[in-house]
Each structure stands twice: as structure tokens, then as C-alpha cells.
Design a protein around this ligand. Structure first.
Ligand code: GLV
Ligand code: GLV
Length: 331
């Protein structure tokens, strides 16, 4: 029997790859960096499954170029890199890796909050530069995280973990903005507010939303202007939810206290000038980058593919419309 072909667009942890090797003919691309579109198109001609990374742009052209493609298993929770409509039209299953990275991303969000508030990166640079000449009562004064107010934009599974850490670990007052999640769905004291109220009253604003048409530039000049001059903005979601140039201006003119970005509008590049500012921390999209989580993501991405070929509905299926009119087993 001919084994279906799986193309993995770049290296991921072995565990998931090994699961796939048992059943499929697996090819892993090993070129460094993001796979070029024409190479991806070329590879997909003869492939049943694409296991993609969030940096692969799987647009309509890519999807339509393949006659055989049945599953796109995205190695990520976010799937804004895939044209869902085009995939659905073709009956292609698109899957993600839910419930793998919520806590890891929340931990990282707190690493950023604490580092920003206590000026960790700045003071580390100071030490390395040999500038520490003796203890000073006014040196590197930061902002207390405990007892402060945190505004969580997007109270999904990641937002909840962020809120939990703030509430239970740091006694923070939690405000949140989310159109669907009611406060009764959360096992802690939280206040659901409008976006504007949240921005006006939070010391730390964290973005935990997917990128969609509605969330594009959710935080622009008007929104930044509502923030307290002492407040910090943290983004571990997707770059384009912030107008990065507007943020640059606000940081440059010190109109807010600081920002931490793990994601960028035009990844992997970023607005020129950000690298010169002391009031920003920039990390290379690593909020989910723990050994355990990245391995679990590989297992889930593989399992989604296996489920499809076994006739089960993959746990991570995001375009459920493909199921319409199909005879399927639901577990
Ligand atoms: C990471 O950014 C993800 O969406 O998994
Ligand atoms: C600080 O190091 C202190 O002892 O107060």
C-alpha cells in the first residue's frame, strides 16, 4: 500500500515526527529560515499533508496549487497564516494545537511583566558594561507588580492563565475585555470592562487575542493615548494587533512607561528604532518555547493528522465546516 505523504515545512521536535514516520512517508524540510513560497508550492504538488509552521504563509495560491492536499496541520495555536476559506472550499482540514501552550505562554507573559517593571534587561546591560559603581537608592527604580492592576485583552485559555497568575500570585486586580467570556466562567474575582476603561485603568495591559480582521490594529494611537503614562503594554499574541509605528512613537516620547513585544507586525523584522529604546523588551516569538510545550505541540500536530486518516475528527480541527455532509465518528 502506498503511504500518504506528509511534508513538514521545518524542523520540529522528534516525538511528533516519529509518530508520523510509522504511518506515512515523511519529508522534513531542513533549510534554515522561512520556506520560500515557490518551494512550498513545489513540495505540495505531491503531498497529502502539510505540517506547517506559523511563519509559513499558506494562502489561496498555495492551497489551490495542490491537487492532493487533504490536511494542513499547523504547528501553532494561532492559524492566521492559513487562508481558511480557501482550504474549506477544497475540503481540506485545517488543524491547530489547542491546550498545549496556555500556561507556558502565561509564564512567559509574566516573565515579560516582571522584567519590564523591574528593568531586568536594562540593568543586566548596565552590569555587563561595567557601569555599576556602587549601590544607589534611586538607581533602576521600577514599578511594583504585586497589588497593581492588570488589563487582560482576550480572556481565552491563555488570557485565563495570565489572569490566574496575576490574581493568585501577585494579588493583582484583574480587568478584562472579551466579547464572549462572562465573569462567571472564571474562578477568580475579575471585572469585565470596555476596552477603553481597561486601557485607562490598567498598570499592565496584556494582549492575548488571535489575529483576525477585527483585531488588526486593535491597539493604535487612540488606544495608546488612553493608557496611563506609567503603564506597560505586553504582546505575546500576534504583531499586527498593535500599530507598531504608533507604539514606537509613544515609547520614543515616553508617553507610556514601556512595552514588551514577543511578536511583530512584519515578522521577523520590526519597526526601525525600537532597538535603540530602553523602555522596550523584544524577544523573538518565543512565548511557547519550552521543551515540554514544543514537544507536546509536535505530538498534537501529528495526532491531528493521524486522526484524519483514521476517520476521527481531529481535536484541533478549526474549519469544522469541512465536516458537513460527511459520515464521521465523533469521540
Ligand atoms: C504561537 O504563536 C502559536 O500560535 O502557537
Ligand atoms: C537592599 O539591598 C537592602 O538591603 O535594602
Amino acid at each position: 500500500m502506498i503511504k500518504p505523504k506528509v511534508f513538514i515545512s521545518n524542523i520540529i521536535p522528534e516525538k511528533g515526527i516519529n509518530m508520523l514516520r510509522k504511518r506515512f512517508e515523511v519529508e522534513v524540510n531542513k533549510t534554515a529560515g522561512i520556506l520560500k513560497k515557490n518551494l512550498l508550492i513545489n513540495k505540495l504538488k505531491n503531498t497529502d499533508v502539510l505540517l506547517s509552521l506559523l511563519s509559513d504563509i499558506v494562502d489561496e495560491e498555495v492551497i489551490l496549487s495542490s491537487e492532493k492536499l487533504k490536511v494542513i496541520s499547523n504547528y501553532a495555536v494561532g492559524y492566521n497564516n492559513i487562508d481558511l476559506k480557501a482550504a474549506t472550499k477544497r475540503g481540506i482540514y485545517v488543524t491547530n494545537t489547542p491546550r498545549t501552550l496556555d500556561e507556558t505562554t502565561a509564564d512567559f507573559t509574566f516573565a515579560l511583566i516582571l522584567s519590564l517593571a523591574r528593568r531586568l534587561v536594562e540593568s543586566d546591560k548596565f552590569m555587563r558594561a561595567g557601569k555599576f559603581k556602587g549601590w544607589g537608592a534611586l538607581d533602576f527604580l521600577g514599578f511594583d507588580v504585586f497589588n497593581s492592576t492588570m488589563g487582560v485583552i482576550g480572556m481565552g485559555s491563555i488570557g485565563k492563565e495570565v489572569a490566574k497568575r496575576g490574581y493568585y500570585g501577585f494579588n493583582m486586580k484583574i480587568l478584562y475585555y472579551d466579547r464572549s467570556v462572562p465573569p462567571s466562567a472564571l474562578y477568580m474575582k475579575v471585572q469585565k470592562t470596555s476596552l477603553d476603561y481597561l486601557l485607562k485603568h490598567s498598570d499592565f495591559v496584556t494582549l492575548n487575542i488571535p489575529l483576525t480582521k477585527e483585531t488588526f490594529h486593535l491597539i493604535g494611537e487612540r488606544e495608546l493615548n488612553l493608557m496611563k503614562p506609567t503603564a506597560y503594554l505586553i504582546n505575546t499574541s500576534r504583531g499586527p494587533v498593535i500599530d507598531e509605528r504608533a507604539l514606537y512613537k509613544y515609547l520614543l516620547n515616553k508617553k507610556i512607561a514601556g512595552a514588551a513585544l514577543d511578536v511583530y507586525e512584519q515578522e521577523p523584522s520590526f519597526t526601525a528604532g525600537l532597538e535603540k529604546l530602553d523602555n522596550i523588551i523584544m524577544t523573538p516569538h518565543i512565548a511557547s518555547a519550552s521543551l515540554q510545550t514544543r514537544e507536546l505541540m509536535s505530538v498534537k500536530a501529528a495526532q491531528n493528522i493521524i486522526d484524519y486518516f483514521d476517520g476521527r475528527v481531529p481535536e484541533g480541527l478549526v474549519n469544522r465546516e469541512v465536516l458537513e455532509g460527511k459520515h464521521i465518528i465523533i469521540f
